[in-house]
Design a protein around this ligand. Sequence first.
Ligand SMILES: Cc1cc2nc3c(=O)[nH]c(=O)nc-3n(C[C@H](O)[C@H](O)[C@H](O)COP(=O)(O)OP(=O)(O)OC[C@H]3O[C@@H](n4cnc5c(N)ncnc54)[C@H](O)[C@@H]3O)c2cc1C
Length: 384
Amino acid sequence: MQADNIIIVGGGPVGSVLALALQQQGVEFTMLEVRAKGASHADKRALALSYGSRLILEKLGVWPTVEAKATAINTIHISQRGGLGRTKLNAAEHNQPALGYVLPYGELTKALDNALDTNRVMYEAEAIEIKPGEPFAQVVFNQLGEMKTLKNPLLVVADGGRSLGEIEGIERETKEYGHDALVSKVQTELPHNNIAYERFTPSGPMALLPNGERNFSLVWTGKKASIDELLSLDDKTFLHELHQAFGDRVGKFLSVEKRMSFPLKLSSLKPTTASHLAVIGNAAQTMHPVAGQGFNVGLRDAWTLAGLILSTPLQAIGSAEMLSQYSQQRKRDTRGGLVFTDLLVNVFSNNLIGVSSLRGLGLGFLEVVKPAKNVLVGKMSFGK
Ligand SMILES: Cc1cc2nc3c(=O)[nH]c(=O)nc-3n(C[C@H](O)[C@H](O)[C@H](O)COP(=O)(O)OP(=O)(O)OC[C@H]3O[C@@H](n4cnc5c(N)ncnc54)[C@H](O)[C@@H]3O)c2cc1C
């Protein structure tokens, strides 16, 4: 049986980073993307990029194209509403040019698409069925009404996790938080000075991430009912509520763009591989946005898998041994991201008596103990 090139299902940022890394080393691949060419470029979702993700994009030569569209986070200010203790993380203290960056999703996919050889991408091709197997895994897809099949010793699923159902031999573990995240962009009276604010409130964490001049991307989490209520408010009342919850650090909130919400969950696959198949990015793990970990863990999935493909002899690509090495190399980072994120949500969104003082102590501890800050910055920047 003749196999096609390595198959990547999903041309979002994670699938495209894998594709570009392969292309630059002359490895043949075919990528299937359900959207039309360029359709993702208008997506304004604000991705929180760690400093480590910038380094990956630099190695791919994509960073210079997106740098002007990215807003650096030089300081992260962490506080809790109605409680003591606060801490600041600062890039200069950790010898980094920035702690991270905020970059619109569409700017990143545009830069990646421009760098990719589009002859290797099949647009408007929707994967319908994924099947692990021996000696090939295969995908059945619908391209403009025509059903087609591709098979290869390595099939990579990077579809973001919302489209394909169960994959044989892989289980999904999900923890629903019962919370939603409201996301939008707000304009403020005071400049952001490249400071990101993370504020823990009893109803859930909220974050303001600098995104362009005098603009912040807002992520406000809470019980679904309260987020629905915030969505239904007129702009003026919403901005007043935001000021109440956030305080005076950035002055008045002047305007807000369209508000959207999505449900929060922690979800991961066990395992992330099956026969001749690997799942990467959001399709493999979805995290609460509290620590900006999710996208960066996904990018490291793509980077690690690309590295392994390049260092594996052609006939062993997609073999059980290679996929087991992949799982081993990714296990610690992925688990770490999931546990770290879940811990933050549980400790910081807990309203029990005493927990608020403990949180205050924790933030105070971080403020004075440099090694603890180093660990936190290392985790957020590089997943280590
Ligand atoms: C509503 C929402 C808001 C978010 N907001 C933020 C935020 O503010 N900040 C932040 O840092 N992160 C945010 N995230 C998380 C962030 O979007 C992800 O971490 C990131 O997009 C993961 O990249 P990915 O390439 O793995 O998946 P995706 O970006 O989801 O890309 C998957 C790609 O696969 C394609 N695809 C899907 N199904 C198929 C199929 N069957 N066949 C072929 N192609 C397919 C899709 O069209 C898409 O191009 C948000 C996520 C969601 C769902």
